[in-house]
Each structure stands twice: as C-alpha cells, then as structure tokens.
Ligand binder design. Structure first.
Ligand code: NDP
Length: 241
C-alpha cells in the first residue's frame, strides 16, 4: 500500500518544496491549495503530484477533502500543516477581518486538518504531524500581532498534542522557518527585506528546500523519538531555546 502524505499549501513556496521532498522520499503526496488553480495545475503537471483544492479554515471542507484523499490515495500517514497567510498591519490600525483571517488559516487549521486524521493514526499506531510555525511566532514581529499570535499558538498546539499522542506511535513536531525566499517574502517591501537580510548572520534568505529537508527527516523512521520539538531554521537570526 502506498504511504500517503498530505501537504497543505503544498503547491507553492515552502509547501511545494515539501511536497517534492516527500515524493522523492517515496510518499504518495496530496498537495492542497486554496484558490490559485493555475499554479496548482502547473505544479501538478511538472511533478506528477496530485493536487486538491479546499480551504484549511473550513472544517467541513477539510473533513471532506481528507476523506477524498483517503479514498483515492490511501490512509494518511503524514500530515504537514503548512498553509499560511499574512495580513500585516500595526495593531492599532488592524481590523477584525485581518486578525481573524490569519487566525483561521494559520491556527484553526491545526484543528480542522489534524482532528480528522488523528483517529486513523491512533488506530494504526503510527503517524507524523509536522506543523509549520515561524520565527515570528517565537520572537514576535512588529506589524504581525495576528501572525505572531497564530504561529505561537502552533507551537503550543504541537507541544500539547505530542504529549497526548506519544504512546500511540504518533509524533508531532513543528518547524520555525526564518525568512525563506517565497512569494510570501516577495510581498515584503524591498527596503524592509534588505534590512531583514542584514539581520540574518548567514547573510541570505533561506531556501524552501532547506525546510523540506527537515520535514523529510521528521517524517522518517529515524525521527521516531523526536516529538514535541520546535525546530528552528533561520540562519541564526533568532537563537531560541
Ligand atoms: P506561499 O504564500 O508561497 O504559499 C502559500 C500556500 O498556502 C499556497 O499553496 C496557498 O494556496 C496555500 N494556502 C493559503 N491559504 C490557504 C487556505 N486557506 N487553504 C488552503 N491552502 C491555503 O507561502 P510560503 O511558502 O511562504 O509559506 C508556507 C508556510 O511557511 C506558511 O505557514 C508560512 O506562514 C510559513 N512561513 C513562511 C516563511 C517565509 O519566509 N516564506 C517564514 C516562516 C514561516 P494558493 O496557491 O491557492 O494561494
């Protein structure tokens, strides 16, 4: 039977690199996306990876989408909760829609995606959940109270669920990338980006493949004892413990 991995937001940026990495590691990958069908179809044609469209913030859509993947590809062994958005702005100017969109996509998705796969993982006594948080969930970032709060929530969620599932052969970990060269970072104004790169001791942005490498390790049997961990990958920009 094929070993199935779902990567949310797996058609672009970091998620696309994760999808490709897991495919190369032998998984049958389901890459999900929100609405950019053109990019998703191009990605699928180039890689042969199956793509599925649903909103990770919609609980019913997640249940239905996961059921479809299970029926078409097989039970989900690895879930990578990668989909995320930013809606930046200083808090005193932020409206509720900016707050709530980021909370729903970046934090509620931990529930909407993980809850439907968990029963199967518990029954089979095996599973991997890998959550993509952020450096800004560790240190907080001006202009990103919503994003920083959601990503810090991802870390707390990871640590709690890891303890709940440890005896069931399921590991739950999260990765905190620093600034990675994707569309999300391309949206940052050039001057701000220059100053950010100046704060990265390694002297460059990270690459999506550098995050994918850690995901593949965490998905592997070599990482069976790694659970509840927060993996920091940021070129030493923020040295957290
Ligand atoms: P991109 O903006 O490049 O890609 C985002 C992906 O997520 C796309 O596939 C997009 O689908 C999908 N997506 C967005 N919203 C939803 C939704 N509601 N439902 C389903 N899919 C959705 O993002 P990155 O690759 O830069 O970021 C990936 C993750 O890494 C995010 O969680 C981000 O917060 C985190 N991160 C990124 C950093 C960076 O420097 N880039 C740094 C630290 C963390 P579609 O193509 O249809 O829009």
């Amino acid at each position: 039977m094929s070993r199935v991995a779902i990567v949310t937001g797996g058609t672009r940026g970091i998620g696309a690199a994760i999808s490709k990495g897991l495919k190369d590691a032998g998984y049958t990958v389901a890459a999900t996306y929100a609405g950019n069908t053109e990019a998703a179809e191009k990605f699928s044609a180039e890689t042969g990876i199956s793509v599925f469209k649903w909103d990770v913030a919609d609980p019913k859509a997640c249940e239905a989408g996961i059921a479809q993947v299970t029926e078409e590809l097989g039970p989900v062994e690895v879930l990578v909760n990668n989909a995320g958005i930013t809606r930046d702005g200083w808090f005193h100017k932020m409206d509720y829609d900016q707050w709530s969109a980021v909370m729903k996509t970046n934090l509620d998705s931990m529930f909407t995606m993980s809850r439907p796969v968990l029963d199967g993982m518990r029954e089979r006594g095996a599973g991997r959940i890998i959550n993509i948080s952020s450096i800004n969930g560790q240190k907080g970032q001006i202009g990103q109270t919503n994003y920083s709060a959601a990503k810090a929530g991802v870390i707390g969620f990871t640590k709690a669920l890891a303890q709940e599932t440890a005896r069931k052969g399921i590991t739950v970990n999260c990765i905190c990338p620093g600034y990675i060269d994707t569309d999300m970072v391309a949206a940052v104004p050039e001057k701000v980006l220059e100053s950010i790169i100046g704060q990265i001791p390694v002297g460059r942005l990270g690459k999506a493949e550098e995050i994918a490498g850690m995901v593949c390790y965490l998905a592997s049997s070599a990482a069976a004892f790694v659970t509840g961990s927060v993996m920091t990958i940021n070129g030493a920009q923020y040295v957290a413990n």
